[in-house]
Design a protein around this ligand. Structure first.
Ligand code: SF4
Ligand code: SF4
Length: 168
């Protein structure tokens, strides 16, 4: 199965997951997803404060090379919940991340996969003082917890980043 077909299935799985929820459960999921988006934004800003914009631009996005494997159904549910059309992946760009372009990542930080937000290489991490590292670690912990909460509501591992790993 090619990447585009797998992607289409992930989008359909996310839509079906969302549609089958009761109004009450959907409202609770929306709250979880909204919190997840905010936590991702916070982590992004934490990295930005350490200078990640310039550092990552100079690096060229080495850690993004495996980006296609990071996406989960939960990430697509975030788009659905926010009523935003999902990013259009460019799998032909392999080995570059299909969700990136010449100007960088095509996804606003709050829509990116957890792995995209929680990883900082040493170049970025070494620019953080202890307080900033603690803030980042607390944000990662809160994000993982919020994802678990959403999975409990959905009753499956929607945050697991395995759905695009069956083909390479
Ligand atoms: S986090 Fe590190 S490896 Fe990843 S893009 Fe930034 S500088 Fe490069
Ligand atoms: S989605 Fe964006 S941040 Fe994540 S790996 Fe791809 S280009 Fe990098």
């Amino acid at each position: 199965m090619d990447d585009q077909t797998i992607w289409n299935r992930v989008v359909a799985t996310a839509d079906a997951s969302y549609d089958r929820l009761s109004a009450t459960a959907r409202s609770r999921l929306d709250e979880h997803l909204s919190r997840i988006m905010q936590l991702k934004q916070d982590l992004y800003e934490c990295s930005q404060a350490a200078g990640s914009s310039q550092i990552c631009r100079e690096c060229g996005g080495t850690c993004c090379l495996n980006g296609k494997f990071h996406v989960s159904v939960l990430d697509l549910l975030v788009y659905r919940s926010a009523r935003v059309e999902p990013v259009v992946p460019h799998f032909e760009n392999s080995p570059l991340c299909p969700y990136g372009g010449t100007a960088g990542c095509l996804m606003p930080p709050r829509f990116r996969s957890m792995t995209c937000l929680v990883f900082n290489c040493e170049l970025v991490e070494n620019r953080m003082d202890d307080r900033e590292k603690e803030r980042f670690a607390a944000g990662e912990h809160a994000l993982r917890k919020a994802i678990l909460g959403a999975e409990e509501l959905l009753e499956y591992r929607a945050g697991r980043a395995v759905l695009l790993s069956g083909n390479d």
